[in-house]
Design a protein around this ligand. Sequence first.
Ligand SMILES: NC(=O)c1ccc[n+]([C@@H]2O[C@H](COP(=O)([O-])OP(=O)(O)OC[C@H]3O[C@@H](n4cnc5c(N)ncnc54)[C@H](OP(=O)(O)O)[C@@H]3O)[C@@H](O)[C@H]2O)c1
Length: 470
Amino acid sequence: MAKASIGVVGLGVMGRNLVLNIERNGFHVAVYNRTQSKMQAFLQGEAAGKHITGSDSYPALMAQLEKPRCVLLMVTAGSAVDAGIEEIKPFLEPGDILIDGGNSYFMDTERRSLALTAEGLHFVGMGVSGGEEGALWGPSIMPGGTPEAWQALAPILRKIAAKAEEDGEPCVTHIGPRGAGHYVKTVHNGIEYADMQLIAEIYDLLSRGAGLPAAELAGIFDEWNRGELRSYLIEITAKILRRTDEITGKPLVEMVLDEAQQKGTGKWTSQNAFDIGAPIPTINAAVESRILSSLKAERVAASRVLRGPSPRFTGDRAALVEAARAALYASKILSYAQGMSLLRIASAEYDYHLDLAEIARIWRAGCIIRAGLLGDITAAYRRNPALSNLLLDDAFRQAVESRQAALRHVLQTAIGLGIPALALGSALAYYDAYRSERLPANLTQAQRDFFGAHTYRRVDQEGIFHTDWE
Ligand SMILES: NC(=O)c1ccc[n+]([C@@H]2O[C@H](COP(=O)([O-])OP(=O)(O)OC[C@H]3O[C@@H](n4cnc5c(N)ncnc54)[C@H](OP(=O)(O)O)[C@@H]3O)[C@@H](O)[C@H]2O)c1
């Protein structure tokens, strides 16, 4: 029997769907799973009659593979990846390619990459976005590693990746060396957190504030999805708002407990941005909003004693809805400006040589943040690959400038009603800070010098100064 093009270890939700995707695209896949009964169920179920063959051990898996052998690990991130690498390594030869397709922490990928490269192996840390459906029908794929490994994997990855509607191009590219793929996947997830939080705050303002019922909001989001806000997250928001609870007959979204969970990639984005000195206040606000939401019991108790304004809006609803649309688009641009700028700073810090136009291009389809906006971001970085901030591109500068009044109006309304808007507020504050020639950091420096003799620099002369302020 002909050898398999690739071996996949780990037949969980993502592993199984990726295997089916690879096979559907014309490749023979060999598979292995720690719990063999799950592998047998897969082989006899969804994989029956397909070019998918099982293995009962790592040596048996390796024996099925073409050389150089490509093995894709789709196991739980963390110690399972280290365990898998140690178990497979004795059966690999120099030139073989080991791929970790899970949501690994990029510093773990850096460590694994250095260790395996020293042994003559190629290690690819590969971010995969799009969830279960994406894995099956076409995810956005972010592989890091050596150019040689990319050359070997590209024929498979280009086939299985999502294709952008605009030009049919596959949503995959060689991201960069070592942990670059997992780094970019982490930032993708950070941006995803921010996108979701901005939408949630607009929903809160229009629902709790303006009193719009879920069904009406569903129609509004549907309409927004036909314009500049066109994106997967807006599309699913409309579907969620339309869904009725079978038990109570109410909108199902209103029956969902308001405690947002997280698996850590948003937090990693914030932590890393602090480490490398990149301002991403909207992503940070999104992570913090999830943390705040998780304090449900405390919030319930506080809601009985802490007073604020009535959240009832009495103004022009139609005007607020239109302002909300423009504010959401402006704040989304401001959030992407932060995320892309984080990538630019990280690229220099870690020597990743990231191509921001390529990264925006492969986020146009397959992944959770896919949106019409990403085509425009691709174009902006193609016009000027050295763009230091998306806001300095003429088209984006104008897009935010022409919508800033709407964003300010929406925030003033939310503040007046006492509806929290951490992410929307942080997006506007980022804009106002970034465009300020002078910030109050002069006072901060003076205070630091006052209490800690930390010194300061002057605006009118070179040198380091200290004052005895009292
Ligand atoms: N689900 C998503 O939407 C999504 C999207 C993007 C990325 N990811 C990432 O993709 C990876 C896989 O996710 P998933 O959703 O497919 O997970 P899953 O359904 O929980 O499956 C986990 C797989 O890992 C295997 N495994 C766990 N610990 C192991 C160990 N110590 N040794 C060997 N095998 C072990 C399991 O084998 P057994 O059957 O023997 O337990 C199973 O095959 C994760 O890193 C996840 O974060 C997931």
